[in-house]
Write a protein that binds this ligand. Structure first.
Ligand SMILES: CSCCC(=O)C(=O)COP(=O)(O)O
Ligand SMILES: [Mg+2]
Length: 229
């Protein structure tokens, strides 16, 4: 089936969960105790929105959110600003699966991203992809739009996908008479796929080493790679 657009989750779908858990999160948590000393106005602004005055308590709160992988909108925005430094120095490169790179290039201009990671964090990731020979690849020119929990809502709510469909119709190369079913949403998380399906999207379950177990796996179209898409 040919889809008019592809909406891609990140963690567990275009790159391994281990990259987020073992590289991105530790990079961030190492910085958390020092964040209150930051002179970056964006970081200062986000920290103030937690409304916790004591620095030790603020540090504990943020580390607790990370340890429980809470998809907190402020935390996700903060992470984007902290990871920026790691990408810019070359310390972090994103191991996007080669067949996900091919999918994104093949469908240039019809690919959208939807992740709990902030739009800033998403652009950093796709702008700093680990190439086959160790070089850094920039996939940003191939991707048409980015959505996160701040722009569109929680990934497990059907309304978020209705919001995204509306936005794709406004800004994207997507005729306004196209149906949600012409968009394929790929994710490793069955709760996200159920929400997207409720909103009328076509869905596909990403099966990759290290992804979490899925109880009712036969309910979903499963993809171990994206070469057929
Ligand atoms: C933009 S990469 C950071 C990923 C992240 O912070 C996260 O919570 C992963 O969520 P996803 O919705 O991509 O599974
Ligand atoms: Mg995911």
């Amino acid at each position: 089936m040919n889809y008019s657009a592809y909406l891609l989750d990140i963690e567990g779908t275009v790159c391994p969960i281990s990259f987020v858990q073992d590289v991105l999160f530790p990079y961030f948590t190492a910085q958390v105790p020092h964040l209150h000393e930051s002179i970056n106005p964006n970081i200062i602004d986000i920290l103030s929105k937690f409304e916790i005055e004591d620095n030790n308590e603020l540090t504990r709160h943020i580390l607790d959110l990370v340890s429980r992988d809470v998809k907190d909108p402020l935390l996700k925005q903060l992470q984007g600003y902290v990871w920026a430094q790691g990408y810019e120095t070359g310390e972090i490169k994103a191991p996007v699966y080669p067949d996900a790179v091919d999918l994104i290039k093949r469908h240039e201009g019809r690919v959208y991203i939807y992740s709990s990671g902030s739009v800033k964090a998403q652009k950093l990731l796709f702008g700093h992809v680990q190439g086959p020979d160790g070089e850094t690849m920039d996939l940003l020119p191939y991707i048409y739009g980015y959505f996160d929990i701040n722009t569109s809502g929680k990934k497990t709510d059907a309304q978020s996908y209705i919001n995204i469909l509306r936005d794709i119709k406004i800004v994207g190369k997507f005729d306004s008479d196209q149906l949600a079913g012409n968009i394929l949403f790929l994710s490793d998380n069955p709760l996200e796929l159920d929400a997207a399906k409720e909103a009328g999207f076509s869905t596909g379950l990403a099966i990759r080493p290290g992804n979490g177990p899925v109880l009712d796996v036969s309910k979903y179209s499963q993809y171990t790679d994206y070469s057929e898409l």
